[in-house]
Design a binder for this molecule. Sequence first.
Ligand SMILES: [Zn+2]
Length: 314
Amino acid sequence: MTELTTTTPPPAAASASASAIPKHPAGSDAEPSTQQMEGHEQSKDTAGFKGKATKPKIRLHAEELRHPSSVSFFTLVPDVTSKLDTALDNIIKYLYTSPATKSEDVESCKKRTWPSFDPSVPPTRSVTLFLRDFSGVAYTTGTELDNDHKEIHLSLPYIKHYPVRELAGVLTHELVHCYQHTAPPKTDDEPERKIPHPPGGLIEGIADFVRLKARLDPPHWKKPQSASERESKWDAGYQHTAYFLAWIEDVRVGEGAIGMLNDRLLRVGYVGEDEDKEKSLTAEIGFWRGLFGMEVAELWAEYGQFLDADGRKE
Ligand SMILES: [Zn+2]
C-alpha cells in the first residue's frame, strides 16, 4: 500500500495547490544503470532518542552519479546519516515530546498537566533516500509490501539550485512524513470501519511545522503580518498551515499542542469535523473541539485577530 505520497512545492510554486501529488513511477528502481549504495546503514544505537524511537536503517539509492547535482549533493550533504538523525531528533522534539512527561522539568510538570499525551512513535524500520532525475522537489512514499519501510525521493534538477540549509529543510519535511500519524490503524475487530483521514493540507502543514520549529524555514517563506495576508483557508497546507500550527503551539495553547494533535490522529482519527454538523453532534466529539475546546474555524478566526493586533503593535 502506498500511503503517504506527498510533495513540497518549489519556491516559484509555493502558493500552488497543496493537492499536486506526483505518483511514484512504477519500476523506477529496476533500471539496470542504477547504482545502489548501502554504505550508510545505521547501528542499533538508540541514544539521543530518549528511548522513544529506534533509529531506522538508512539506505541511499543514487541514480545517475554523473549528474552534476549528484556531485553537489554529496558536497552539500557529505553525511546523510547525521542529517537524517538531526531531522529525527527534531521530529521527536516537536511531535513526540509531551511537556508533562519531560523528566528534566519535574517541578513545572507538577503544575502543568496540559497539553499532555503519551507519545507513540511509528515503528519506521527503514528510510531509503533516492536521488533521481524528475521534475518537482521531493516526495515520500511507503512501500507496497510493508509500510514501515519508507522512501524519500529527492529531485536531482532541484538540488543544484539550493544551499545546504534548504536541503536540510526539505529532508526534514519529508522525514516527518515517514514518522507522522495520519489515522488510526485498521484493526481485525473492525475491518469495515471507515478510517477518517485528515485534509492533505494538515499533513503538509505538520511537516512544515517541524521544519519551521527546527529553524529550517527557507528565505522564500513569508510569515503573514495580518489576517488579510493569510491564505483564505486554514488547510492551505505547507508554510501557510505551519504558521497557523506554530501560533497554536507558541501562543494559543502551549508547548506540546501539535504533538497532541498528531497523537489524536493516531488514537481517534480526524472525526466529526465541523462541515458535518449533524454527525459531530451525534457521534464522537469533533477533532478540534476534542483537542482544544473549539472548532478549527474559531481558532482560525482568533489567529487572524492575533495577527492584526500583533501587526498594529509594531
Ligand atoms: Zn510533504
